[in-house]
Design a protein around this ligand. Sequence first.
Ligand code: ASP
Length: 404
Amino acid sequence: MLKLKLHWQILIALFVAVLYGMFFPEEVGYVKWMGDIFLRGLRMIIVPLILTSIISGVANIGDAHNLGRLGLKTFAYYISTSFFAILTGLILVNLIKPGIGADLGLTTEVPELTATSGDLGEVIMRMIPTNIFDALASADMLAIIFFSILVGYFITKVDDKYKVLFTDIFNGGFEVMMKLTHFVILFTPLGILGIVAGVVADQADNLTSLVGSLGMYMLAVLLGLFFHAFVTLPLIVKFVAKANPWKHFNAMSAPLLTAFSTSSSSATLPLTMDAVENNSGVSNKITSFVLPLGATVNMDGTAIYECVAAMFIAQAYGIDLSFLQQMIVVVTALLASIGAAGIPMAGLVMISVILSAVGLPLEGVGLILAVDRFLDMCRTTVNVWSDSCGAVTIAKSEGETLKV
Ligand code: ASP
């Protein structure tokens, strides 16, 4: 039997899902459950996967010196790429000026948004769990990452007898979780069919917003995402990492399509880790450190979007932002992208942080709501792509030989 590669299966699923959602919006319940099961499967593995992979990764890195160097490189990559991303957004939004003359009548009610993200100070504080079981139970990523790094590190500090025992346990646990991940990944095409059909059926009414001034706003965000994904990041992979960006892109096709379909970097994490390790050839030591952290704090796509959206709202209200205010937008967009959780619509919630920082009306969020789901899909894809490029760049800088 012809065995199609996973990314082809996903592409076919996407195509069928779009047609199904468009032509049978009433019957979408027949396929939507597959998406729900798939997402539950992914969520089921995220916490144990992160826990075992980070503990085993850090325990294998060993000394504090190596760990510190890796941490520093990771943060340097995250901050600099997010900064490039925002700059791209800022330039485009000033050139295109999508908000000038936008129709404020479009304002829709802002639904109750759950508080999934907080400001930066709070985010840092929340990193330290008061009760690790609570953090595990509520899938509080940063807290789990922080705790796992410490456990991994201190495993290397105990007696050899226990060190070997615990390293084995967590290495073994990680192997099991990866096997389980492979199993869940088998269902990706069906899951995506269910998710995307549901989204298309839901969003059919919003299609009219694609024309007019929201169209220009979308164009500015999409151009920014495109430039960052296809120019900035590949240049980094090519010249800093000295790897082949195109080969790496191909290696990442399944997680990128999944990020697009699910709008969640966290839910995509198991697939991202699998692809970066098995297709691009990055060691577990690096992936287990860089990727879970990246899925939570490194969001280049979200950063571009935050900046363009805030500037668009300012333009739509006819408020001219001074240079200083635009710099505040840049800094808060960076913080917002770090603070946003890797779940659908997290970026939209964070816009309000920027709006209040520069004194723009909070109702402005209502202006961009109609097209947010589609932009969320696109920016999440760029978020995951940037994480994976970071893993490749850092692996190369550590002297690893990769498959890309
Ligand atoms: N959905 C995005 C993600 O998971 C975050 C956002 O809303 O911008 O990466």
